[in-house]
Each structure stands twice: as C-alpha cells, then as structure tokens.
Ligand binder design. Structure first.
Ligand code: NI
Length: 387
C-alpha cells in the first residue's frame, strides 16, 4: 500500500505551509509565529483540544478517534530553525537575515500538520492521536521542557514517535534501528590557569597554552586507548581560546568541546577519565585546571517493539525493501530522546534525496518526501490504534 490517497490530495497544501515556514525561520524557544500558525491550523482542522505554551512555546493537539480506546499515541515534530545565513537562492528562501531552516524542521512541522488534518477529518481509529510540536530542538531542550511539564501524563500518552529527514537517503525510503540510535551530547569546558610572562622569558611563567595543547592530545587517548574499541565515543575540542599578543604568555586559556557517546556506561566513564587527565596533566606542569562537564541530551534509544511497529508501517508506505531496519547509529543528538525516556516509542529517518547536509547553508527540505512522511504518520495511527 503506497501513499494514502487523501494525503496525496493534501500535498499541495502541506507544501505551501512548508514553504511559508521556510521563509520565516525562528530560533529555539522564540518560535512565536510558527507556534501561532500551528495552533491556528490545528483549531481549523477541528482538533478536540489545542494547547499552547507547553515547554514555553510548544503546541499540542488532541484528536479523538471515532471508536473508543485506551491507547494514546504521540507524534512529534520540531519547529525551530538555525542561526545560519541561507544560501539556497530559493524563491521562498529565508526572509530573516542570519536564520534559516537548515535542518528541515519546516518539513517536519508541515508533514505533521498534514497528518493532523487527515486524522481530524477521518478519525478512522480507536483511542487518541496527540500531535506534539516542540520548540528548541537545536540545543535548547524544548522536548525536555515539555516532558518536565508533565505532557505525557496530562494527555495520557502511552507511546510516542518521532521522525527526521535524512539527506543522502533516496526520497521514498526510511531508515530505523532498535536500541541506541543517536548519541548523548555533552559539553566540556576546561579553564587552565598558568602564570603569565614575557614570551622571551618563559622560565619565569607557567605557559597555559602548552598545558592546553597537552590536554588536547591527552584527551584523544581516552577514545583511542581507554574506551572499548567495540563501543563508540567522540571527544572533540574545537575551541581553544588563548593569548592576545605574539610576545606574551597569557595567564589563562580556555578549551571547549563536546563528548558524544552511545551508552550511559561509556558516558560516565569518559567524563571520569577526562577529568583525571585534565587535572593531572595541568598539575604535572604546575598549572591549575578546572574541568566542567555539562550533560545535555541523553542517548536516543529506540524501543524494540515500537521500532518493529514503525518499520512495518514504513514498509506499508514505501515497500519493505525500501526500509533499512539496521541503519547505523549516529553520533549527532536529538532531544526526542527525553520523550523516549518517558514513554516507549521509536524515531525514524525519512529520505531527503540528494540534498546538502543538515545544518548546511545550501540545505533544503525535499517536498517530494511530504506524501511519504505524512502517510507514515497517519498509517502509524490507524495501524496502532485499530479498533
Ligand atoms: Ni533536526
């Protein structure tokens, strides 16, 4: 069974919504125009309940099926854009300097709106569908705020699903995997205090730049020599702030970076090893280092049973041979992980064709994916909530 017929009829509307969102990108929690447009549409579609202001600017719509049922299925889209100057040259390119929808959240929001319209119109299911539009996926933890505010209990959500586009995967294909799918993303800051000196008289100081360089090299040994080679971790320290003159050894330097891991065990271990290396390396040179480890998004773990349901529905839409059920995990992060920590569910990837990569100034969501993504949402509800 390919694209749902009624969804095919709605595709022109969904595409128009997507392009309007694309032209008006908003960042993090500051998605007021987007959230207002979403809420207005959900009301116009006849959702039984539309609630705004969850997780600051999140929006939730409730659609009751024609048949009674206990199950409540949550479908989640993200609404925020990125602080990137768009370079697509599209007729509907960003009208806001320095902001663009470079991760396709415009497409995610539009596809879920299309599904809400279809579901409110047909209601051919038992139980309830809850459409979730979250702010601040790009680093702000909007999904976490919605969960922390009690969204799951308030709407009685029993399982939850997410979707993201995937550049490089052909349109009309899906990818998914059970278990750890995206990494925990944590952030490190290392402040090193040495002793400033004239660059020609280094023996009178303690050079924190040299200490910082040693720490950067030592940090790579954690992944190369300490973490089990069959497990995954990334330590990247892309920021090194030091010095103001070519003949002055500074008093302090700061390093900043990120740690990505695919399990809680490795996450805890890498933090511990980094802390030891940083403190002891600094001490070995007579400097002092302060190590700050900030936990951000947790590992995104797909639940096995719900991953099976999702893959089966994707197969109904695309054909089973076009669903990769063993897509390799990624070291990027997603705050849908907070929702999956609260309820069973699964996160699926949908092909975006041969586009520029996510977060690239030339990226664009592929409108040809719309009928596939929207059909997936509505079939997921009708399959999981069969009366
Ligand atoms: Ni994204």
């Amino acid at each position: 069974m390919p694209i749902v017929n009624r969804v095919a009829d709605l595709t022109a509307d969904i595409t128009a919504w997507r392009r309007d969102l694309h032209a008006h990108p908003e960042l993090l929690f500051d998605v007021h125009r987007t959230a207002a447009a979403v809420a207005e549409k959900l009301k116009a579609f006849g959702c039984d309940e539309v609630v705004t202001g969850i997780g600051r600017t999140g929006v939730v719509g409730v659609i009751k099926g024609r048949k009674g049922g206990e199950r409540v299925i949550g479908l989640r889209a993200d609404m925020d854009a990125l602080p990137i100057e768009e370079a697509t040259g599209l007729p509907y390119a960003s009208t806001v300097p320095g902001k663009m929808h470079a991760c396709g959240h415009d497409g995610h929001t539009a596809m879920l709106l299309g599904a809400a319209r279809y579901l409110a119109e047909t209601r051919n299911f038992a139980g309830q569908a809850v459409v979730i539009f979250q702010p601040a996926e790009e680093g702000g933890g909007g999904g976490k705020e919605m969960v922390d505010e009690g969204m799951m209990d308030r709407f009685g959500i029993t399982e939850v699903y997410g979707m993201h586009n995937y550049p490089g995967m052909p349109v009309g294909q899906f990818g998914i995997r059970p278990g750890p799918t995206m990494a925990a993303a944590d952030y490190i800051t290392i402040d090193i205090e040495g002793k400033g000196a004239h660059a020609a008289r280094p023996h009178l100081g303690i050079d924190p730049v040299l200490v910082g360089a040693q720490i950067i090299v030592a940090a790579q040994s954690v992944v190369a020599r300490n973490v089990d080679p069959l497990k995954s971790a990334v330590v990247s320290i892309p920021m090194f702030r030091a010095g103001t003159a070519d003949n002055v050894i500074p008093q302090t330097v700061q390093l900043r970076g990120t740690v990505r891991t695919l399990s809680e065990e490795v996450r805890v271990f890498v933090e511990k090893r980094l802390r030891e290396l940083v403190e002891h390396t600094a001490a070995a040179y007579g400097a002092k280092a302060t190590f700050t480890y900030r936990r951000n998004y947790p590992v995104l773990v797909n639940h096995a049973r719900e991953t099976g349901y999702a893959a089966e529905v994707a197969g109904q839409i695309a054909g089973a041979e076009r669903v990769d059920i063993d897509l390799p995990p990624m070291m990027g992060a997603e705050d849908f992980s907070f929702m999956l920590n609260a309820r069973p569910g699964a996160f699926i990837w949908i092909g975006n064709g041969d586009s520029a990569g996510l977060h690239h100034p030339a990226y664009n969501f592929n409108d040809e994916a719309i009928p596939f993504g929207t059909s997936y949402w509505v079939k997921l509800v009708e399959t999981r909530l069969k009366g």
